[in-house]
Design a protein around this ligand. Structure first.
Ligand SMILES: [Zn+2]
Ligand SMILES: [Zn+2]
Ligand SMILES: [Zn+2]
Length: 129
């Protein structure tokens, strides 16, 4: 923090940028750690995204919404799709599930190469090595 004070005099421009980023960061952290707000629409309980205010039926959807608003992708594949080195990340559980379902890869028993799920049937019928 002392360095911060020093910077204020030494480099006011950089200080301004840094404190703006810090402000933004604390805003982002605030959004991440606050849960979706309960709202009632025609007497039905719904959930409002803390970032954009969009109304969602389910709490987890409202919470996922704030991730995509912030451009965050906290749902990591970690190999759930079948490719152990997969490092893809998604902003919602739904998108991650879709990736695992559609982008899933399978190892061909004959050539040992990974094939996407869509290609797998075609590949095994062609793969003769
Ligand atoms: Zn949102
Ligand atoms: Zn994956
Ligand atoms: Zn093969």
């Amino acid at each position: 923090m002392q360095y911060f004070e020093y910077l204020k005099d030494a480099d006011p421009n950089l200080f301004k940028i840094l404190s703006k980023d810090a402000e933004e960061l604390s805003h982002i952290i605030g959004v991440i750690f606050s849960d979706a707000r309960e709202v009632y629409v025609d007497g039905v309980r719904k959930y409002a995204c803390v970032k954009c205010g969009n109304i969602h039926d389910r709490k987890f959807r409202a919470n996922d919404c704030r991730y995509s608003d912030l451009g965050l992708k906290p749902y990591l594949c970690r190999g759930s799709c079948g490719l152990s080195s997969c490092k893809k990340g998604y902003s919602s559980k739904r998108l991650l599930n879709r990736h695992c379902e559609y982008d899933q890869v399978k190892k061909c028993g004959r050539c040992g190469r990974y094939q996407s799920k869509q290609n797998f049937a075609r590949h095994t019928s062609l793969c003769q090595t």
